[in-house]
Ligand binder design. Structure first.
Ligand SMILES: [Zn+2]
Length: 173
């Protein structure tokens, strides 16, 4: 008999051993240099986070999961994930660069958001909000790839479009 699982609990272990899921995850990540943000090219949530539908209905593992949480589990395993959140040091909610993630508590995320959204030019201060920003960057990358245009220039323009003052504030991290 199959073990009972909490309906809200994500079966990370079952998801990350499925190489089709891992493959689909990477297909949707736009990988760049080691220090750059790796943006998510598929579904984006209201909060700007990447989303991926995965698992199978037959074994009850079917879920829509946060892409960065799945990415964390793929990179680091699932041992430390229970009850914690994966935070972005870059504050780009759709970013999938493993070097830009830290494990933390939900309240730390809230505190970060409140303190940084007032900073000019910061991702959290984007006039379009986290969802609008992540979608704008995703669409810019996809359009540039389709047109064989300069993807880095397209990302830069998509980011700049959310800061109409054009002022910059650097050096938080
Ligand atoms: Zn990043």
């Amino acid at each position: 008999m199959a073990a009972q699982t909490n309906a809200r609990q994500v079966p990370w272990d079952a998801l990350i051993i499925d190489q089709r899921i891992v493959g689909r995850y990477w297909e949707k990540v736009y990988r760049r240099g080691p220090a750059a943000c790796w943006y998510w090219l598929a579904s984006i949530s209201d909060t700007g986070h990447g989303k991926l539908r995965c698992g199978s209905r037959s074994d009850g593992t079917r879920r829509v999961v946060n892409a960065h949480q799945l990415g964390w589990a793929i990179h680091h395993g699932t041992g430390d994930l229970a009850g914690r959140v994966v935070r972005h040091t870059c504050d780009e909610s759709s970013c999938q660069n493993p070097d830009h993630w830290l494990l933390g508590e939900r309240l730390e995320n809230v505190a970060d958001f409140l303190s940084r959204r007032v900073l000019t030019g910061h991702p959290l201060a984007d006039e379009r909000g986290p969802h609008g920003r992540a979608v704008a960057i995703r669409e810019a990358i996809k359009a540039a790839l389709a047109e064989e245009a300069d993807v880095e220039a397209a990302i830069g323009a998509a980011i700049a479009a959310g800061n109409s003052s054009k002022a910059v504030q650097e050096g938080l991290w």
